[in-house]
Design a protein around this ligand. Structure first.
Ligand SMILES: Cc1cc2nc3c(=O)[nH]c(=O)nc-3n(C[C@H](O)[C@H](O)[C@H](O)COP(=O)(O)O)c2cc1C
Length: 176
C-alpha cells in the first residue's frame, strides 16, 4: 500500500449541540440569494441560499453551499453555469417560494435569462452569472465556488436574514 493510500481515521465530531449551533450562527446577518440553473435542455432549479459569500477579486470568485439532501443537487451538479439573484427587500415571497421543494418553483415568478442561459429573478438587487470553478465536500453540504463571468446591480435595498427572520436594512442612525 502506498503512503498516500493510508486511511487516516476521521477526527471525532466536536461536541456542538445542533440547536445551539443553529441559534448562535443564525445571529450572523446575511443577505438572501436565489441560486439558479437552467437551459441546455437539462431542466431548471432554484434554491434560496444565504451561504453566499465573496472569495476572491482576482480572479473574481464567490461561493455558496448546497445541502446534500436537497432535491435540486443533481441539477446543480449537471450544469456548468449558475445564476445568483441577490434579493431586494420587497422579495420575501420569492425567497419563501424557492425555500421549499416544489415541482415548479418558477411558476408565477418573473424570470429573465442571462447570456449563459441561466434563469435570473427579475427585480433582484443584483445578478451574477457564474461558471462552476470548484466543488468541495463540506460535511452535509457541497461547497460550490463560482467564477463570476458577468454581474449587474441596481439601487434596491437588500433583503436581510437574521435570527431565522427576513428583515430590512435599518438606515444609519445619525445620532450613533
Ligand atoms: C433564508 C434561507 C437561506 C437558505 N440558505 C440555504 C443554503 O445556503 N444552502 C442550502 O442548501 N439551503 C438553504 N436554504 C434552504 C433551501 O432553500 C431549501 O432547502 C430548498 O427547498 C432547497 O431547494 P430544493 O428543495 O429545490 O432542492 C435556505 C432557506 C432559507 C429560508
Amino acid at each position: 500500500m502506498s503512503a498516500l493510500a493510508v486511511n487516516i481515521p476521521a477526527p471525532p465530531s466536536p461536541a456542538v449541540d445542533p440547536r445551539t449551533y443553529r441559534s448562535v450562527l443564525g445571529r450572523f446577518v446575511t443577505g438572501v440569494t436565489v441560486m439558479t440553473v437552467g437551459g441546455a435542455g437539462l431542466g431548471r432549479a432554484g434554491v434560496t441560499a444565504n451561504s453566499f459569500n465573496t472569495v476572491s477579486l482576482d480572479p473574481p470568485l464567490i461561493l455558496w453551499s448546497l445541502a446534500l439532501k436537497a432535491p435540486s443537487l443533481s441539477l446543480f451538479r449537471a450544469h456548468e453555469h449558475f445564476g445568483v439573484s441577490i434579493l431586494a427587500a420587497h422579495q420575501r415571497e420569492t425567497a419563501l417560494a424557492f425555500a421549499r421543494p416544489s415541482p415548479d418553483k418558477f411558476a408565477g415568478v418573473a424570470i429573465k435569462h442571462g447570456e449563459t442561459g441561466v434563469p435570473l429573478v427579475s427585480g433582484a438587487m443584483a445578478h451574477l452569472e457564474c461558471r462552476v470553478a470548484h466543488r468541495y465536500p463540506g460535511g452535509d453540504h457541497e461547497i460550490i465556488v463560482g467564477e463570476v463571468l458577468r454581474l449587474t446591480g441596481g439601487d434596491h435595498q437588500p433583503l436581510v436574514f437574521h435570527g431565522g427572520r427576513f428583515c430590512n436594512v435599518l438606515e444609519d442612525d445619525p445620532a450613533a
